[in-house]
Every structure is written in C-alpha cells, then in structure tokens.
Ligand binder design. Structure first.
Ligand code: PHE
Length: 452
C-alpha cells in the first residue's frame, strides 16, 4: 500500500479541485446543447430536482466512502468489505472514467484549436453560420488535427496529474478556477445585453412539459450526475485526500452549489447569444462551437471575447480531465503500487488509444462517424459512459452506503469535522429515493426503447 498518497492542503483546496472537476465541458458544452435538444425550461426543472434529490446525496455518499478509507475507487470498497464483489463497483467507475476521458479529451482538443484561432483574430470578422459550420467541419473531420489535439490535451492533463495532489491538481485548480470565474462573468455580462437576449431567457424559463420525453428525463439524470462528477468514483478518489478534520458536508454543498449555479450561468451566456444570432438551439454537440463563433464579431472587443470564451472552455475542460485521469491513476497507485509517474503516462497512452475512434467520429472516418445508427463512436461513448454507467454507478454506490456499509457509519464519517444536518433525510434519500428513482428512470427508458 502506498504510504504517501498525498492530501489537499486545506478544505478550501479540496473545494477548488472538486469544483474544478465538477465544472467543465459538462456545464458549458453538454448542458446547453442538452437543454436545447430537450426544449428548455422543463428539462431544467427536472435537472434541478435530480441535483437536489440525487446529486447532493450521492456526492455525500462518495465523499464519506473516500475519506473514511483514504483509498481510491476500488480500494475503498476493498477496505470496507474485503472479499466481496463490491470492489467491482469501483472497477466499473475506473472503467467509466477511462471511457469518459477518451471522448472528453476529443472535445477538449477542439477547444485548444478554437483558442488558437481566436488568438489569431479569426473571430473578429463577420462570419456567417455557413462559414462557421465549415470551420467546425474542417477541424473535426480532419483526422490528423482531431487526433493530435486530443493527444495534446491528454498530455496537458498528464503533466498536472503527475505532480500529485497538492502540488499538481490543487495547485492547478488554485490558478485556473478564479480565472475561469472572472472570464465567465465577463462573458455573461456581454451576452445578456445583446439584442434578442430576451428570447433566450424565454426559452430557458418556459416550462413546456409536453416536451419531456423519457429520453429527456434520462438525459437530465445523466447530466446531473455527469456535471457533478458522480457515479464513477471521482469523488471517492478526491474525498480520499481530505483531512480528518475537514468539514465534508459544507464542502459538498459548496461544490454542488457552484456546479449547478455555473451550469445556469452558462445557459445565460449561451442562449441569449444563440437567439441573438438567430440560430436554432437544437444543434447538438456542435452547438456552442458553431453558434458562438458567429457572434463575437457583433460585439465590441469581439476578438477579445472570443479568446476569453475558448480559453474558458479549455480551462474548464482541463480541471475536469485532471479528475478523470486521477481516478484511474489513483487506482494503479493504490492497488497496483505503481509510481504516480508511471501510472500517469501508461494510463494517458491507453486513453489516447481509445480517444482515436472518438476523434474520427466527426467525419474523419466514415465507419466511426456513421456507426450506431449515425450516433457515431463519440456520441455513443457519451451516452453509454456519460449517462448509463454513471446512473448505474450511482445506484450501486447508494445501495452500498445505504444497505451494506450503513448510513450510521457514513453519518459518523460526515460528522467528523463537520455537521450533517438532516441526516435522517439524507439516509432516506440514499437508501430509498435515489436507488428507486434511478432504477425507474433506467427501466422506463429501456422499456420505451427511448434511451438514446
Ligand atoms: N463533471 C465534469 C464536467 O461537467 C465531467 C466529469 C464527469 C468529470 C465525471 C469527472 C467525472 O465537465
């Protein structure tokens, strides 16, 4: 067992790193296009309900398991119930982290390229939506560019993770998160004062429940878990580096609050801009890339805003890819006793291999683009790992804490250094509400065949 696993330097350091994990492309890329696809306000309400009733309880469950064991995803279960199949739940999480990181780094790679184009002043001139689509298509369909950009992003991630917990991950978060916040607020200020912004608000706050399909509800659940980095052991792993006297409930609520708040703020940044540009909100994964690129030239200092926006995306993505990589690296460090350096580079290389088909699924290869009925390799990885694995992982973690390890143990852990208010409510949510609600959503989706 490795003796020196590393620790956060304080609970504030943890909050920054965990918020960095939670706040990412999930908030700025996935949330807006999913809201767009499922029709706006009603989806958001369901999403918020899932954050409160499932997200926060699961976050507390993961953190309690992590801190009490001081082990990463697999080792934590091993330590609490040796010789059982429970560690497989952690194994599923490690696998899921691997799956998410592989496609996430492809999108993150695009942000690097857009950032570079913004630096060159590319978005300062008028750009029609056809031109913008063409830029996006040329970039994403270019196999070499897409693959190299994903590789570059993975290497950036690895350079931070190899530095360890307080010296690598926390240090990066301390610099990146404040920069992120300042840029985002600047951009929102710009977006909400554009002509046409009110249509964007109307879309976000119109509660048309007729648009809520089973697929929308599954996606809202998947999105809540994805956005809070739950269901795959990231928060078990990050929780394992907490100090004994850190206030976990308070840290958890702070992270949840920031993550959800920033998804809403990202909505307020994207939708007014979208309606201002007269674009349709249903554009899917390419939404923010294609639409945002056309509006910078309509703003004073547009080139600067473009640099800020793509820089923001890259930063948000980086603090999240760091946590994804850390889940896998921590497994090899804790369970296989690899050095952090070796684990980092081996995992990064393996992840790169799985990133290749995702990088080729936007036209780079017809095979990977058209597979799964046109969903493509990346689209499928996003759904399978980003919705289903996380949902199943969340149920299993709740069942574990609620029925196997025990609410009493978890509450005692959460009260060490903190004070879990409404512990009975939390217990009931973890034991009954979360597993049942998630199971219903999954079964319903499977039966209606409405799961994509
Ligand atoms: N929460 C991250 C985001 O919103 C993605 C993520 C998911 C990170 C799962 C870690 C674990 O972008």
């Amino acid at each position: 067992m490795s003796v020196n696993r590393g620790k956060w330097s304080s609970d504030f350091g943890f909050i920054l790193a965990a918020a960095g994990s939670a706040i990412g492309l999930g908030n700025i890329w996935r949330f807006p296009y999913t809201v767009g696809q499922y029709g706006g306000g009603a989806f958001i309400l369901v999403y918020l309900a899932f954050v409160a009733l499932i997200g926060i309880p699961v976050l507390l469950a993961e953190l309690s398991v992590g801190r009490s064991t001081e082990r990463s995803a697999v080792g934590a279960f091993k330590k609490l119930v040796p010789n059982s199949w429970w560690p497989a739940v952690g194994g599923l999480g490690v696998l899921c982290g691997f799956g998410i990181l592989s496609f996430y780094s492809v999108i993150a790679g695009w942000t690097l390229r857009y950032f570079y184009m913004a630096l060159g002043g590319r978005f300062g001139d008028a750009m029609t939506s056809d031109e913008s689509t063409q830029i996006f298509t040329e970039l994403t369909a270019n196999p070499t560019a897409a693959i190299l950009l994903a590789a570059a992003f993975l290497v950036l991630t690895a350079l931070v993770v190899r530095g360890g917990i307080s010296g690598g991950i926390e240090r990066a978060a301390r610099v990146l998160m404040p920069v992120f916040l300042v840029i985002l607020l600047l951009l929102v200020g710009r977006s909400v004062t554009l002509d046409g912004a009110s249509e964007g608000f109307a879309f976000l706050f119109a509660f048309d429940f007729s648009k809520l399909s089973a697929a929308a509800v599954v996606s809202a659940l998947g999105q809540a878990l994805f956005s809070m980095s739950l269901g795959m052991g990231a928060m078990i792993t990050y929780g394992s580096y907490l100090n004994r006297d850190d206030n976990v409930p308070k840290a958890a609520v702070t992270v949840a609050f920031f993550d959800t708040g920033l998804a809403m703020i990202a909505g307020l940044m994207i939708f007014p801009a979208l309606f201002h540009a007269g674009a349709s909100p249903t554009g899917g994964p390419s939404l923010i890339f294609i639409v945002m690129a056309t509006i910078f030239n309509t703003m004073p200092f547009g080139s600067m805003f473009a640099i800020a926006f793509y820089g923001l995306l890259a930063i948000a993505a980086l603090t999240s890819t760091i946590s994804l990589l850390e889940v896998i690296v921590a497994y090899f460090v804790d369970e296989r006793e690899w050095s952090r350096e070796r684990a980092t580079w081996v995992v990064t290389a393996a992840c790169f291999a799985l990133a290749v088909p995702s990088a080729l699924s936007f036209g780079g290869s017809a095979f990977f683009t058209n597979m799964f009925g046109g969903t493509g390799f990346l689209g499928m990885a996003n759904i399978v790992f980003g919705n289903y694995f996380l949902s199943i992982g969340a149920v299993l973690i709740c069942v574990f804490v609620g029925w196997k390890w025990g609410i009493g143990n978890a509450v005692a852990e959460l009260n060490r250094g903190g004070n879990l208010r409404a512990a009975a409510v939390w217990g009931a949510l973890v034991r009954y509400v979360c597993p049942v609600a998630v199971a219903i959503v999954l079964i319903y989706a499977a039966f209606t065949g409405n799961y994509l």
